[in-house]
Write a protein that binds this ligand. Sequence first.
Ligand code: PLP
Length: 303
Amino acid sequence: MKADKIWMDGKFIDWDDANVHVCTHTLHYGVGVFEGIRCYECHDGKSAIFMLNKHIDRLFDSAHIVQLDIPYSKREVIDLCKEIVKVNNFKECYIRPIVFMGHNELGLYVKEFKVRVAIISWVWGAYLGDEALKNGIRAKISSFTRHNVNAGMSKGKISGQYVNSILAKKEAVAAGFDEAILLDTEGYVSEASGENIFMLRNNIIKTTPLTSILQGVTRDAVIKLSRDMGYEVKEERFTRDELYIADEVFFTGTAAEVTPVCEIDGRKIGEGRPGSVTLSIQKKFFEVARGMHKEYSDWLTYL
Ligand SMILES: *Cc1c(COP(=O)(O)O)cnc(C)c1O
């Protein structure tokens, strides 16, 4: 993982120079917010960033939740996301803006502090592997619970909240699985460590409502695409055993894209291989992200 340049606090600097002090407040306590965005090389050779405006809206919403005042406008951050891809000469890449508290004091309550912003970009292939996109993955219901909605702020992509996700992911991998599915505090399915979850049963697609989950940009896109393809989509709570008897299950996320889930807790989902509905939605998603459908061209920001 490396690129030529990183944009940090107002300028493009060399990758190796983009360092922070060990007393950086966010490093200690996690009050920082970030985004994960993808830029795809389109069918015509141009590059386009997928849902850039929505990601930047969410970055500002996340910052608002934790009361970090981003010292740039949305327009400036949007333009910088395009710039970082260009200065690094990428055709296809991942873009990671991060907003964090600079060092000043290390008490929990700091009155005056500098809000720092960096935008990183690197080439990142399929998050769970090419194999996962094609053949699906095996998931485990985690022993870790998703944050109570009054403890974690699930609508924000907030740095410190990923301790919960990382513990769940490590537990799943240690047990021989690829990914963890977390339940909410009432025991209903919430989301995976960094992906939203969808299930199909009797031709109806269900996904978790916006209770304890992050409102994924990919989730929104997949709901819209699925409805446009003629599927009924419900945002409704469901239980782990409903997943076990689902015909198909898949994850969505900028990193994981549309990943089929073929096994949960040792139980085959459907036939135990990626289902036809999942694969058709996945295909449509990649075609749209690569600019092959004019009717969704407002989802893309060309460089
Ligand atoms: C980022 C993330 C997602 C996926 O959101 P996208 O906007 O689709 O990338 C889902 N859940 C969690 C916890 C996340 O951090």
